[in-house]
Write a protein that binds this ligand. Sequence first.
Ligand SMILES: C[S@@+](CC[C@H](N)C(=O)[O-])C[C@H]1O[C@@H](n2cnc3c(N)ncnc32)[C@H](O)[C@@H]1O
Length: 277
Amino acid sequence: MKQTMGISTSDFQFLRELVYKHSAVVLHADKTYLAELYLQPIAESAGFATIADLVNYLKTQPFSSLHSQVIESLVTNETSFFRDYHPFEALKKYVLPELIDKKAIERSLNIWCAACSHGQEPYSIAMLIKEHFPILANWSVKIIASDFSSKVLARARQGRYNQLEIQRGLPKNLRDRYFQQLDRDWQIHEEILQMVEFRQINLIQSWPYFPKSDAIFLRNVLIYFDIPTKKALLKKIKQQLSPDGYLFLGNAETTINLDASFKRVQFDKAICYRLNN
Ligand SMILES: C[S@@+](CC[C@H](N)C(=O)[O-])C[C@H]1O[C@@H](n2cnc3c(N)ncnc32)[C@H](O)[C@@H]1O
C-alpha cells in the first residue's frame, strides 16, 4: 500500500526557505497541496518512501542536483505562446519599428527574455520577427532567453511542444508555417530554433556579461518575488536596458513604487516601461 505522502508544517517551512534562498521565489503557505503533488514523484523516483524522507535527506545533505530538482519543481513555470497577446502587438506595431529606425546605422538588435520557462515567449518573438520584419534578415538580431531552471531550459532548447501547449496562443497559420508534427507533438523549425540563444541565468545572482538589451521581457516572474528582491532586480535591469530600450512586465506587475527610474508607456492595450533618461 502507498504511504501517506503529506508534508508537515516544519518540512514545508524548510522547503520555502530552500526555494527562497536559491530563486527568491516566495512560496505561499496555501501551496502545501501543490508541493505534495510535485514532490511525490520526485521522492518516488529517488527511492524515498515518503516526502518526509526526501525532505530529511535535503536537510542533512550538501546541496545537490536533487535539491535543484525539488526547487525547480516548486516554482511555477506556467507560460504560453504570445501570452496576453497585447505586448506582442505592441512589439510588432510600435517597439520594433521604432528600434529599427533608431538603430538603422548599427543594424543590431538585442532582445532578452529573462525568465523564459519552456521557450514559448522567445519563440513567439522569433516568429513575430520572421513574419513581419524581413528587413531584420540582414541585421545582427540576438534573442537571449534565460531561466534559472535547467529543467525548463532543456525543454525550451528542444522546441518541442505537445498538442495542449501548441493550442495555447499560437495562431494556426504560424503553427503550420513554423512547426512540423512529430508523433503527437510539434517540433519548431530549425530556422526559428536557431534565432534563440538559451542561457542559464539566475536573476538573483550575478549575471554573465552580455550586450545591453533593446527590449527586455521580464514577464510573470516579479510577482513571485518580495519587495526587496523586486527593487534589487529592477536596479540591475536598469543597467542592462539600453537607453532607448523597452521593458515588458507581466499584466500583474509594475515598476511603480519600486523604481522611479522607469516610466510607464502605453501602446494600445499594452503597457511597457522605458528609462527616464
Ligand atoms: C511563470 S514563468 C513565466 C514565463 C514567461 N516569462 C511568461 O510570462 O510566460 C516564471 C519563470 O521564472 C523562472 N524563475 C523563477 N525564479 C527565477 C530566478 N531567480 N531566476 C531566473 N528565473 C527564475 C521560473 O523557472 C519560471 O520558468
